[in-house]
Design a protein around this ligand. Structure first.
Ligand code: BGP
Length: 493
């Protein structure tokens, strides 16, 4: 009973949230480099300049405040503005010691991402940046030497900024070719070394955050549908390239997912639930190789026309994913009752669940969300699954003696792991691994804060980048170490 012996216990991080060194060794600007810090109450902003006049300003990222750029404005880094991605936790210069900590923690796998703008600084360059590749050679070799299997996201809320300013992001078909060039460079370089890859982080989050997922400056549904289609084609072409270059590679999709509950037993609530699931995205395209009828009907109803080349659906059909990776942070309650009180959470929108608590950032704490989600996905798609993100963002206090006592994190994760364990032991779900989010503290994607911490390792730096950047092991570090050692949570614990 329990997890398979080769179960991949791990932890996840992403380039733009941890690396820093935003212009080092030839890296180009990426879309995260023009995003300011926000907070629970104030959303992050994008900064812009009109080159002809020198006029500068701020606009929303589309999540939740709208993107509104004046004519001729380009997204740009401005003087005297703080951008969290520029230094982040400086993983770029700490990766040797950080990976040593991960080894001590016992990680068998680490989910990282590659920053496209380190490899192709402008996205449309004809030659890759050798220094950028050398950085990832170092990270990957250090992981392998530590016995840690890399799982690499090719685009985690990341793309070269030039592709937004000059092409309008994933709305432009040419990005498929540029992305393919980028992944072929990586696959040739890391064949035989890196087995597991994910294409686009939370690809279905385009409905929530079109800029972060697809570099979109437009938010209308037509643009989102078109950009998403381009990402589907790029994802399929990535799989095609992997099969040609290294057939041992396994490529997954990455979606955000959590259970949906109805507020009441009114069938109208259940209909809203079904419709919300449909609105949330179409795992079918990457998993089964076709657009499901509900999405085609929705496009027809809304007058959305997705332009497709004749070969697009062929490549999508012939290159489906090997596994489904997903992030799961909590659950959402839906209802047909318009008056029901809106949840205070900033990402998991819905109605307040009176049976569950919320995190300090308003995210629902649901001890059963993993078992439910794993079963739903497995029943529907019959593909191996991988929980590539899960966790609790919380305030932590560094004590004078260098300790961090975080029983809330242990309590949260213990329930999550038990839930995932039930899906494996009781329901027989095929689960490859578990990489909880932010095994080391890093910048929050949603708010840009440092104080929203997920890690087993504390990083001493604040929301404005001040601090020693020293790493400290939290109490949860020793707890997770034991979970991995025991290959799960033992009954008596
Ligand atoms: C996911 C993103 C991650 C990560 C996580 C936690 O949606 O893929 O990049 O940041 O959410 O969110 P946050 O950092 O806003 O707490």
């Amino acid at each position: 009973m329990g997890f398979p012996i080769n179960f991949l216990w791990g932890g996840a991080i992403a380039a733009n949230q941890c690396e820093g060194a935003y212009l080092t060794d030839g890296k180009g600007l990426s879309i995260s480099d023009v995003m300011t810090k926000g907070s629970l109450r104030e959303s992050r902003k994008l900064t812009w300049i009109i080159p002809e006049t020198g006029k500068t300003g701020f606009t929303g990222t589309g999540f939740p405040s709208p993107i509104c750029l004046p004519e001729n404005a380009r997204l740009a880094v401005l003087d005297d503005v703080y951008y969290p991605s520029h230094n982040a936790i400086d993983f770029y210069h700490h990766y040797h010691s950080d990976i040593a900590l991960a080894k001590e923690l016992g990680l068998k796998c680490m989910r990282i991402s590659i920053n496209w703008a380190r490899i192709y600084p402008n996205g449309d360059d004809s030659e890759p940046n050798e220094k950028g590749l050398q950085f990832y050679d170092g990270v990957i070799d250090t992981l392998l030497e530590a016995g840690i299997e890399p799982l690499i996201t090719l685009s985690h809320y990341e793309m070269p900024l030039n592709l937004v300013n000059s092409y309008g992001g994933w709305l432009d078909y040419r990005l498929i070719d540029y992305f393919e060039r980028y992944v072929i460079t990586l696959f040739n370089r890391y064949k035989g070394k890196v087995r597991y890859w994910l294409t686009f982080n939370e690809i279905n989050a385009i409905y929530i955050s079109p800029y972060m997922t697809a570099g979109l400056l437009k938010q209308d549904e037509q643009s989102r549908a078109q950009a998403l289609h381009h990402q589907f084609v790029a994802s399929a072409r990535t799989i095609r390239a992997a099969r040609q270059i290294d057939p041992d590679m396994k490529i997954g999709q990455m979606i955000t997912r959590g259970p949906l509950y109805t507020l009441t037993s009114n069938p109208k609530d259940k209909l809203v639930l079904m419709e919300k699931r449909h609105e949330e995205g179409t795992p079918e395209v990457q998993v089964l190789g076709y657009y499901p009828p509900y999405k085609l009907k929705e496009y027809e109803r809304k007058g959305i026309k997705v332009e497709m080349l004749p070969e697009d659906m062929e490549v999508i059909k012939n290159n489906t994913v090997d596994f489904i990776g997903f992030s799961c942070y909590g659950s959402t309650v839906v209802t047909a009752d318009k008056k029901a009180i809106a949840n205070t959470g900033n990402m998991l929108l819905g109605v307040k669940n009176e049976y569950l608590l919320q995190s300090e950032w308003g995210w629902t704490i649901d001890p059963d969300c993993l078992r439910l989600t794993l079963n739903e996905l497995y029943d529907r798609y019959h593909k191996p699954l991988w929980i590539v993100e899960n966790g609790l963002g919380a305030f932590d206090k560094l004590e004078k003696d260098g300790k961090i006592h975080d029983p809330y994190r242990v309590e949260f994760l213990e329930a999550q792991i038990k839930s995932m364990q039930e899906a494996v032991e009781i329901d027989g779900v095929d689960l490859i691994g578990y990489t909880p989010w932010g095994w080391i503290d890093l910048v929050s994607a949603g708010s840009g804060e440092m104080k929203k911490r997920y890690g087993f390792v504390y990083v001493d730096c604040d929301d404005d980048g001040n601090g020693s950047y020293k790493r400290y092991k939290k109490d949860s570090f020793y707890w997770y170490q034991k979970v991995i050692e025991n290959n799960g949570i033992k009954e008596e614990e």
